[in-house]
Design a protein around this ligand. Structure first.
Ligand SMILES: [Zn+2]
Length: 96
């Protein structure tokens, strides 16, 4: 699986990308399924996904952090912004 590819996911809609990318878009499918997200979460973080249904990038998903806290985050933030832990383990803003 080429997970970093979908950073370009939005671009797929525009059809102004190199053929290669479009081909990958089609191959991967534009939408993530909850199963794929769960796989991503478990493969790329110490957190676990609690949400059972995925409706889109703007939906907040419920995770359990490795410390045991539950936290909510959109998958977009989780993946693209690398916010993969709860606010205690990974404060939203860097203080320095
Ligand atoms: Zn935590």
């Amino acid at each position: 699986m080429i997970w970093d590819f979908d950073l370009k996911l939005n671009g797929c809609e525009e059809k102004s990308l190199p053929i290669k990318t479009i081909w990958r878009c089609k191959r991967m499918g534009k939408r993530w399924t909850i199963g794929e997200i769960k796989e991503f979460v478990e493969g790329n973080s110490e957190s676990k996904l609690l949400t059972k249904e995925y409706r889109g990038f703007s939906q907040k998903l419920l995770f359990t952090c490795e410390c045991g806290n539950n936290f909510e985050k959109t998958f977009k933030k989780f993946k693209n912004n690398h916010q993969r832990k709860c606010d205690v383990c990974q404060p939203p803003k860097m203080s320095r």
